[in-house]
Design a protein around this ligand. Sequence first.
Ligand code: SAM
Length: 282
Amino acid sequence: MSPDHRVIIGDSRRMSDVTDESVHLAVTSPPYPMVSIWDDSFAEAAARTYNDMHEYLNETWQEIRRVLISGGIACINIGDATRTSNGLFHLYPNHSRVIENFEKLGFVTLPYVLWKKPTNRPHYKGKGAFLGSGFLPPNAYVTLDMEYILIFRKGPPRSFPPKDPLRYDSKFTKKERDEWFSQVWKIPGARQDLEGLERRVAAFPEEIPRRLIRMFSILGDTVLDPFLGSGTTLKVAMGLDRKFVGYEKLPQLTEIIKSRIRSTHRDVMFSEQGQVIKELVG
Ligand SMILES: C[S@@+](CC[C@H](N)C(=O)[O-])C[C@H]1O[C@@H](n2cnc3c(N)ncnc32)[C@H](O)[C@@H]1O
């Protein structure tokens, strides 16, 4: 019998350990193309251009399509990026490229959420700060202080037997519904006091996967995070009585993931891609 919670240290562009149509919901935050801290993640891409980075992510999106059940949902948290190339500052609209790519894969695009983070200063000429002359038009830039939570469905909506008890036990309150199903979410970012790899991984706050898992899955469903990072989605999914499978490419993150889930008192299987289960942490 396959374990309820699995972490695979490996590449989510080939999720050979996950069978077809076995996942109900994917919740993830990929490395963002053109955000320089992520350049290493794309080292295998032929050249680190915007197109190549999206091609790289697209391989994981294809795998998501394979492993999702019909009616399963994928939630992708992604921010746009800005860069100066050839002396010209401009926008790389990651969210629109991801939407295009999911559409090409045949997903149904659903209305998305804008996650507003209460941080960031305005930009001036891409230098990250509004200098004195930034009060003069017309060469200042709008600050990117929103991220997108894009929502896609594979095929038509899921159907359930009438009065399905697990579905009814998963229901949200009116207050939750009114807040979660509105388009702008004001949620503070994850902890800022982290250092080294833990900081570099750019974790999202637990509130993001908590809402998405409650909104788009029912108790006992299987949740996938193909870009697991520090393990936020795993921790939240376990707390919400969902099964979980996740991939993370960097073996150095294993200890960080284990420390995130230490308090859950639930078993998690850690393995390397394509290998039999190596270790049980509980
Ligand atoms: C933005 S971080 C995810 C942060 C995560 N949501 C959290 O809360 O910690 C993206 C992660 O994807 C990993 N990654 C990049 N390419 C990958 C791939 N092909 N397969 C699996 N993981 C990958 C990176 O190492 C990084 O940890």
